[in-house]
Design a protein around this ligand. Structure first.
Ligand SMILES: [Zn+2]
Ligand SMILES: [Zn+2]
Length: 147
């Protein structure tokens, strides 16, 4: 498309990325990332897209650490094997940090743009910090023009 700023048929530069929302469901970490295509000449935003990027957490709770973590909130004589099992079965991940980096042409096509997302989360069962990474990108033609 033609850039309204410089009037040229724009080549896109490195996309601008911004995490607009993040969270988790069970073992899946989620992020909404706004990716915008900018004019390579003057960085005017020309097109945009919201990418929904997800990653599965690859994490096995260490039982000793689960016990230690649960003892922070439960008296030792009230913590049974069932409680430990339940903490692991019901675990979730609280995302404390989520960052996106621009991604360009990773699928071997010059015209794809997207983001690489890195999450940092805490396991509710054992208290360990876990990290996950994922990426997604779309063809420039799938992006909407910025109104
Ligand atoms: Zn321009
Ligand atoms: Zn864990």
């Amino acid at each position: 498309m033609r850039c309204p700023e410089c009037g040229k048929f724009a080549a896109y530069g490195e996309p601008a990325v911004e995490v607009v929302d993040f969270g988790s469901t069970d073992d899946t970490l989620e992020a909404e990332v706004r990716v915008s295509l900018v004019c390579a000449e003057d960085e005017t935003e020309l097109k945009e897209l919201i990418l929904n990027v997800t990653a599965e957490v690859d994490h096995t709770c260490d039982l000793e650490r689960v016990v230690a973590h649960q003892l922070k909130s439960t008296e030792p004589d009230k913590l049974g094997t069932d409680d430990v099992d339940r903490a692991v079965a019901d675990r979730d991940f609280e995302v404390s940090d989520c960052n996106a980096e621009p991604l360009e042409g990773a699928k071997g096509k010059k015209s794809t743009y997207g983001a690489t997302v890195v999450w940092t989360a805490t396991c509710s069962a054992c208290g360990d910090a876990v990290e996950a990474m994922s990426e997604d990108e779309m063809e420039a033609s799938e992006f909407e023009e910025v109104a």
